[in-house]
Write a protein that binds this ligand. Structure first.
Ligand SMILES: NC(=O)c1ccc[n+]([C@@H]2O[C@H](COP(=O)([O-])OP(=O)(O)OC[C@H]3O[C@@H](n4cnc5c(N)ncnc54)[C@H](O)[C@@H]3O)[C@@H](O)[C@H]2O)c1
Length: 346
């Protein structure tokens, strides 16, 4: 099954295939990957650029290397850059494609679960600069996204869990059917040994993302912001922990549980749904019961009040009243304090 996502004038076609089929002998293609993913390629295309892996290499120097390799290969305006890797490689390859000769086409082959369900679709490209995350970038959707689920076999467990949190988030955002499938398929999903299930859930997850980005491509209507379910709490936790000890996905899972509790406190979320959200996340092994220690609480509240995704000066939280029923709202500090605090006195 193919998914076509239309963003403005641009269409991205998503399809599932085997990794060996995405390497074409074509002089006008530049393949970009990283050192962990390169060994998965059974054929090494000519001119393949292998970058060091990791967020610390998501920077301008890597963009320069991509552009330098394209020049070396003599690629013209009809070239296609193909990024094969996690979100870092996908974001950077698409960014470089968007500025090389004022824009050449880009195909993405996401190889981490996070990149499959999230980073490869939607047109956001970029790199970090002066240690500010994603501060440079463009809006430039890929022409094709190829999902090759066999690549997930070599993905380290913590990276897989990072993507799982986003996949589960898409389930909560879309509705009952996907939440139920996540509840009933947990063991197989954690074992990663059922390619059909993986494909089905990844495509379903991408359809959820598509439905938000097609309706609000540039995040102007507050719809695409619903994709940030759990993220306001998560970003504050990641910042508080100095980006160590909590991966983004683990923090998002914790944040979704806090959003469910906050929803109950303000009467938006039925307690039974909040319990269901927390139980599902707990069953997948996420640390939903973690609380912020008293000594760190003030700092946490300070960080959350400076969330960079404020709208009209207010920090927004994504809450739900049920699967697929989502609202964006502000929360009083006392509510935030209550749901994150270990003493829970307010
Ligand atoms: N553009 C978007 O809309 C969007 C959305 C979400 C995240 N992102 C970006 O995505 C990045 C995070 O993506 P990520 O979590 O994939 O990180 P990543 O690209 O750093 O990949 C995680 C690690 O897994 C390795 N890896 C990837 N695929 C592998 C495989 N099949 N086998 C073995 N190892 C493999 C990588 O080498 C890396 O070490 C961030 O920079 C974030 O800003 C972008």
């Amino acid at each position: 099954m193919n998914i076509v996502c239309t963003i403005g004038q641009q269409q991205t076609t998503v399809m599932t295939t085997a990794l060996e089929h995405v390497i074409l002998v074509d002089a006008q293609r530049l393949y970009v990957t990283d050192e962990h993913v390169a060994p998965l390629l059974s054929r090494k295309p000519e001119g393949l650029l292998v970058l060091p892996s990791g967020e610390e290499h998501k920077r301008w120097e890597s963009i320069e290397r991509i552009i330098a390799r394209a020049l070396e290969l003599g690629l013209g305006r009809d070239a296609c850059f193909v990024g094969i890797g996690g979100g870092v490689i996908c974001d950077m390859t698409a960014f470089a494609a968007s500025i090389y000769m004022r824009g050449v086409s880009v195909d993405l082959v996401p190889t981490s679960l996070l990149a499959m369900v999230d980073a490869s679709l939607g047109g956001k490209t970029g790199a970090d600069f002066n240690q500010v995350k994603n501060i440079i970038g463009t809006f430039y959707p890929a022409d094709h996204v190829y999902i090759c689920t066999e690549t997930l076999q070599s993905l380290p467990d913590h990276e897989y869990r990072n993507g799982l949190a986003e996949l589960i988030k898409h389930g909560f955002l879309t509705g009952e059917a996907m939440v139920e499938r996540l509840e009933t398929s947990r063991e197989a999903l954690l074992r990663r040994d059922d390619p059909r299930l993986l494909e089905q859930l990844i495509l379903e997850s991408l359809q959820v993302k598509r439905s938000f980005i097609e309706r609000d491509p540039r995040e102007q209507l507050g719809l695409r912001a619903q994709l940030n379910l759990g993220h306001t709490f998560a970003h504050a936790l990641e910042t508080l922990s100095g980006f160590s000890g909590w991966s983004h996905g683990e923090a998002v899972a914790w944040g979704m549980a806090r959003a469910a509790e906050a929803g109950v406190l303000i009467g938006r979320t039925p307690p039974a749904y909040a319990r269901r959200v927390e139980q599902l996340l707990r069953d997948y092994g996420f640390r939903v019961d973690y609380r912020i220690a008293e000594d760190d609480l003030q700092e946490f509240l300070h960080i959350i009040s400076h969330d960079k995704k404020k709208r009209s000066g207010s920090v927004m939280f994504v809450l739900q009243s049920g699967p697929g029923e989502t609202v964006l709202t502000t929360l009083d500090e006392s509510i935030v304090r209550t749901v994150v605090s270990s003493s829970r006195t307010v």
